[in-house]
Design a protein around this ligand. Structure first.
Ligand SMILES: [Zn+2]
Ligand SMILES: [Zn+2]
Length: 170
């Protein structure tokens, strides 16, 4: 019989089971605390990240409160057809808005043309699509027919075998 190095009680090892379990609990407590600390740090980092993103968005909105860019300071500060930039106070000419409007019209026309072309292509390909669907349905029906024929043949073979077995027995 040995004695425990820690408590001096008789033991079957250098450390007794009681001292070993006390030690294990101490280690587990320390690990739990460490994990909790790490989670706290992560939570703080996440909160900081969110508040930084919010601040950036707020700053972005403050410097870009409008729908259109000012041709002078280049921030997005202008409502449509505004005559003055609220940020840099530059006068915004009618020509600028005419230019904007023309390019908006062109973009809209282009988008409309693209949508029309896509629709036409879709319509043009409709017969081929319908044919492909019919072909797929035919193939599926054919496959189903093959399977049922094979099953019927297998059943017939089994029946014939059973009949010849019967004759053999007789
Ligand atoms: Zn002990
Ligand atoms: Zn401006």
């Amino acid at each position: 019989m040995l004695t425990c190095n820690r408590c001096g009680r008789p033991s079957d090892d250098f450390t007794c089971t009681l001292c070993r379990s006390v030690e294990r609990e101490r280690r587990e407590d320390a690990e739990r605390e460490e994990r909790a600390r790490e989670e706290d740090v992560e939570r703080e980092e996440r909160a900081w990240e969110v508040s930084r993103a919010n601040a950036e968005r707020a700053a972005e909105a403050r410097f870009n409160p409008g729908d259109y860019n000012c041709p002078e300071c280049l921030y997005r500060t202008l409502r449509k057809r505004a005559s003055r930039c609220p940020m840099c106070h530059a006068a915004v000419g009618v020509e600028y808005w005419n230019l904007i409007e023309a390019s908006e019209k062109e973009a809209a026309a282009r988008a409309q043309a693209a949508a029309k072309a896509a629709k036409e292509q879709w319509d043009r390909e409709a017969p081929a699509r319908a044919q492909a669907a019919r072909d797929a349905a035919d193939r599926a029906a054919q496959a189903a027919r093959h399977i049922s024929e094979r099953a019927a043949r297998a059943a017939a073979t089994k029946r014939n075998e059973a009949i010849s077995d019967t004759f053999r027995v007789v």
